[in-house]
Design a protein around this ligand. Sequence first.
Ligand code: SF4
Ligand code: SF4
Ligand code: SF4
Ligand code: FES
Length: 950
Amino acid sequence: MNKLNDTDYGTPQRESATSITLEIDGVRITVPAGTSVMRASTEAGINVPKLCATDSLEAFGSCRVCLVEIEGRKGYPASCTTPVENGMKVKTQTPKLADIRRGMMELYISDHPLDCLTCPTNGNCELQDVAGLVGLREVRYGYQGKNHLDLKKDESNPYFTYDASKCIVCNRCVRACEETQGTFALTIDGRGFDSRVAAGQNDSFMESDCVSCGACVQACPTATLTEKSVIMMGQAEHSKITTCAYCGVGCAFKAEMKGNEVVRMVPWKDGQANHGHSCVKGRFAWGYATHKDRMLKPMIRKKITDPWQEVSWEEAIGYAASEFRRIQDKHGRDSIGGITSSRCTNEEVYLVQKLVRAAFGNNNVDTCARVCHSPTGYGLKQTLGESAGTQTFDSVMHADVIMVIGANPAVAHPVFASQMKRRLRQGAKLIVVDPRTTEMVKSPHVQADYHLKLKPGTNVAIISALAHVVVTEGLCSEAYIAERCDAQSFKDWKEFVSRPENSPEALAEVTGVPAETVRSAARLYANGGNAAIYYGLGVTEHAQGSTMVMGIANLAMATGNVGREGVGVNPLRGQNNVQGSCDMGSFPHELPGYRHISDSIARAEFEARWGVTLNPEPGLRIPNMFDAALDGSFMGLYCQGEDIVQSDPNTQHVASALSAMECIVVQDLFLNETAKYAHVFLPGSSFLEKDGTFTNAERRISRVSKVMPAKAGYSDWEVTQLLANALGYAMKYSHPSEIMDEIASLTPTFHGVTFKKIEQLGSVQWPCNDAAPEGTPIMHIDTFVRGKGKFFITQYVPTTEKITRKFPLILTTGRILSQYNVGAQTRRTENVQWHSEDRLEIHPHDAEERGIQQDAWVGIESRSGQTVLRATITENVQPGVVYTTFHFPESGANVITTDNSDWATNCPEYKVTAVQVMPVTQHSEWQRDYQEFNRQQLELAHLESEAGGA
Ligand code: SF4
Ligand code: SF4
Ligand code: SF4
Ligand code: FES
């Protein structure tokens, strides 16, 4: 696997066209202007002692152990804060420097507990290293003076401790919280001898604004801030590079191991998506992988009211295969299908869709991307020609104007949010389009220039209003459009958006956003330099999700903001591999690489390779599978790593459809909500137990590494292979790299991808082929993938989900930082300490009108169903809008969402449900039924309890 570069250069790398040559201890070295003497020394292979410097942070110059002598200069400048100069002659080792350094270290050590042998970071402590480096042999001041040795530990954070007695007040943690994370939770409190690190207003870490990203822990050179897992297990003995399995940022991690156990996950500094940073989920919330709730034995049962029977893998696979064939014999070839998972690797997803198309003999395969970003695939393909985001994350550092639409990266894509905030602190302007006041609108050192606080469901009206201003005020990039876009479609679009009914004034009542705010935001977007749009599920999960994606692309093309650094259209993909699962042919109408199943040339290539004849007709989408199940024509389902009962809308409808099927095979880590309706349970493997690749929101393909054996005996891809073989369709892969080789040979945008290349380069962004052997960071540079960029008319059509007297409020949904989607993983970690239940956010005005108190139980009723949650009264939501998260099954958030969906892709309209809210005293009927059903199912699986169960 990749070579680890763990060298700490002391100060950040500089980029400059000017080179500087100097001499350090007689070694000549040339570095970019702006580089520090410390970094230049390290690059020359010369180790200067340091304590307050580290290369992820700007130099601070407080510890004074890095002093050097520079010819012609008085005194002893700190090498970390001194920039290189041409002809400079530096000495890093002289008797005088050694004396000064030893003196400094004596001062530190005289106020430091001498418990090195029993200290958790023994062997991995920079203070210890520097003491060794400077040759510290005695402490002349003794240890009896005034000291901090009795200070109490703060153990409030579940993942790390703060042991103030070991702090050397180097400020690295404070700077990491500011510069790397952007949360500003820490300060140095007190002066001189009394100065100490403080979280918030001298609160505990848990009471402060800390979001537990761990950047401070990573930056701390001593044992002051230490992971509890390290305190418990000691230092790791080996490590491997892998990729986080939570969100679409795709952070690279060094999994530090002891035998087969993870000691800690350290964000990899060479990770191209995260540059050594992480959030609380990736760094700390991996305990679910070894949680006692993991199901490790295959199980079968005839009916869902029967007890589960543990069986061998052979029997479980044999039973599943015979059931699928029996159903096909009885109900026809199209009566079964499969669902792939955006949590699984590319190789696993590819195998599931191959199994469906080649072994089932139909195209009934779909993926959870159906319910999140399918409109992105559709909308970007239509307008730009490729179903993916246009940029790298790093591109945001070149953006002058950032527009965030329907996304809250601070909670859903936290590492990218930190990068975005860094750019905002450098002066980029910010426009937020969101019905709620999120952290992206206002938080420390973040203040949106314009917040378009629209009514849920009116995105398309807003994008038309923005476009109206651009077009009617002459802000279009005419030369760019003339050269790169389809002239007729631009003309038609221009005429459409110019109409008076699309003006901000005409649409203000519809959107709820004052016309002047829309006008100012549009002018800023069009005139402010490089403008980049980042959007999320607040764009896609609407009846007009695809229309809005096309509206965004229209606006970006019209202003010339696609095809270079700092601009672009960037969907923030939710799950770790949602981009990959779409790329791998998970949709019923598309083969891998987005080639339509009706394309006979594409089909012929796959037929030749797979040795089968493929059905040219698109298969069923997930909602069609449910409807067909209720009609009696769809009776068997293979569902890998996806909890459709909890995550799909209108839970009762999903549950009835599943209850109607004859054989449901669930492959998962836990007995999830869908497994409670299953007949065969195949244990899944966590990301730590398999090799493969994930593709993040930037189209970046990164390696997932097996760091421990598969707990149930097989990685997920092996189980799919066993099932295919049992169905009589031979699969003979011996390693996922062979699956990737097959993907690459059949998918033009992947032709150059191999495991070896990914390992050599760290990661690869597709397209990667002969035209771009090292991948494509930015797309559509000279021309759009489709040729001429095409504009589409985006007529605003109000959703049919109307508010009425009976349902007067709009419910919208979203996520929270510490939990992840259906919560199956994060609910089984200490992350529940931050968020242990889903709440309903309601505006004080609406709460008062209904007599709802803070924290009280409230019933929420929609046209689909009812549920009960506790209320949080907050002005973050606007009057008329309520909001909830959906991380706990017993909350039943999807009991109330409806069957409405995007016109083009069937992506559910999760973001708009008309509801009534009223105070209640007991759970809803659905919740009571759920509790009983859940109890029965746990009993049938011989389980006593399940984390997160009711
Ligand atoms: S864990 Fe992250 S947010 Fe919390 S104090 Fe440390 S750097 Fe700041
Ligand atoms: S907690 Fe660690 S990083 Fe922070 S000031 Fe103390 S020693 Fe330095
Ligand atoms: S930002 Fe996303 S990918 Fe990165 S550590 Fe957090 S959850 Fe994992
Ligand atoms: S490392 Fe340079 S002053 Fe601390």
